[in-house]
Design a protein around this ligand. Structure first.
Ligand SMILES: [Fe+2]
Length: 150
C-alpha cells in the first residue's frame, strides 16, 4: 500500500467531531419541550452519527484506525445540551445559529485543496459537505423561528 494518506488527519478529526455532536444532540433532543425542535435535532443527530461512523469506516478501509483525541470543550458542550436552558439559549451558546455562511466561504471550502484525495473518500467528503451545509441552513431557520416566538 502507498504511504499514509495526507488527509488521514482530516478524516480522523471529522469522525471524532461528528460522533461527539451526535452524542450531545441526542441528549438535547430528550430535553426540548418542542416537537419541532426535537425533529430538527434528531435529524441532525442522525446525520452526525452516520458521518462519525462513515468516516471511521473509511479510515478502516484505508488500513488505519480512528485515533481518539481529548476535546477539552466536550464536557462543557454536553453540560449545555443537558441543561434546563431554553433551546434558543443553547443554540446561541453552541453557536449553531452561525454555521450557515450563505455564499461566504466556510471551513469546507479548503477540503478539496488536497488533490491526492482518492475517489471513495472524495465521494464521502462531497456528500458530507453538502449535508453539513444543509444542516447549517436547517439550524439557522430553526433558530430564527425560536427567536421570532421568544
Ligand atoms: Fe457535523
Amino acid at each position: 500500500m502507498a504511504g499514509k494518506p495526507s488527509y488521514l488527519g482530516l478524516l480522523n478529526a471529522i469522525s471524532l467531531i461528528e460522533s461527539r455532536a451526535y452524542a450531545y444532540l441526542v441528549v438535547w433532543a430528550e430535553k426540548t419541550p418542542s416537537d419541532d425542535v426535537r425533529n430538527v435535532l434528531l435529524r441532525v443527530a442522525a446525520r452526525e452519527g452516520e458521518h462519525g461512523m462513515s468516516f471511521a469506516k473509511r479510515i478502516s478501509e484505508l488500513g488505519y484506525e480512528v485515533r481518539p483525541k481529548d476535546d477539552p470543550s466536550a464536557e462543557k458542550v454536553m453540560a449545555i445540551a443537558a441543561s434546563d436552558r431554553s433551546d434558543l439559549e443553547k443554540m446561541e451558546l453552541l453557536k449553531l445559529n452561525t454555521l450557515d455562511t450563505g455564499s461566504e466561504p466556510d471551513i469546507f471550502d479548503n477540503f478539496f485543496r488536497d488533490h491526492t484525495i482518492d475517489i471513495a473518500t472524495g465521494e464521502l467528503l462531497g456528500r458530507y459537505i453538502a449535508e453539513e451545509r444543509d444542516t447549517a441552513r436547517l439550524l439557522r431557520s430553526c433558530y430564527e423561528q425560536l427567536s421570532a416566538t421568544a
